[in-house]
Design a protein around this ligand. Structure first.
Ligand SMILES: CC(C)(COP(=O)(O)OP(=O)(O)OC[C@H]1O[C@@H](n2cnc3c(N)ncnc32)[C@H](O)[C@@H]1OP(=O)(O)O)[C@@H](O)C(=O)NCCC(=O)NCCS
Length: 148
């Protein structure tokens, strides 16, 4: 298993995992996805095993104090081998900083297994004012039109 920084040739593997997870944001536009994964301040890590991309994590950081986790996914066939934990551990080391903040409503068992404490969080949008139960991600996944 090799965990290293993302390179352009890794994009198909990253998008494959996004498709498995039904995460639409990177899938919509491949060129935009690559720019997002390599933008200034972004650290994207990939896990490679037997020539296949088995996991990835995308963090944003200030390089000194804090990093934010955007995405982490591991191939369903490769879970519970420590890949997710290693992606975050090495990702924080690469990003620089002391800690990772994240907002999630899934994978509680995974995050709870890492050294942590819990905070209450918000996800802020530029122009979203609908009720919480119509959060855009959920509307999108169910195939209904996005608000606005
Ligand atoms: C969450 C995810 C990245 C974890 O990846 P992983 O490589 O399987 O995680 P690890 O093997 O590093 O797990 C480390 C520890 O986390 C805990 N853990 C991991 N998955 C768990 C689960 N499904 N239920 C309970 N605990 C879990 C365990 O304590 C595990 O240690 P152990 O296997 O020795 O018991 C992976 O399950 C995944 O891709 N899920 C779908 C995408 C997702 O939910 N991403 C997070 C939101 S952005």
């Amino acid at each position: 298993m090799d965990i290293r920084r993302y390179a352009a040739a890794d994009l198909p593997g990253v998008l494959r995992l996004c498709a498995i997870e039904h995460w639409p944001s990177l899938l919509e536009d491949e060129a935009r996805a690559h720019r997002a994964l390599t933008a200034p301040g972004v650290t994207t890590m990939v896990a490679i095993g037997n020539g296949s991309l088995l996991g990835f994590a995308q963090l944003q950081g200030d390089g000194e104090i804090r990093a934010h986790l955007s995405l982490v996914a591991v191939d369903p066939a490769a879970r519970r081998r420590g890949i997710g934990r290693d992606l975050l551990t090495l990702g924080l080391r690469e990003a620089g900083g002391l800690r990772i903040d994240l907002i999630t409503n899934i994978a509680d068992g995974f995050y709870a297994s890492l050294p942590h404490f819990r905070l209450n969080g918000y996800r802020l949008y530029a122009d979203y004012s609908g009720p919480d139960r119509l959060r855009p991600e959920i509307v999108w996944k169910s195939g209904r039109k996005l608000p606005g």
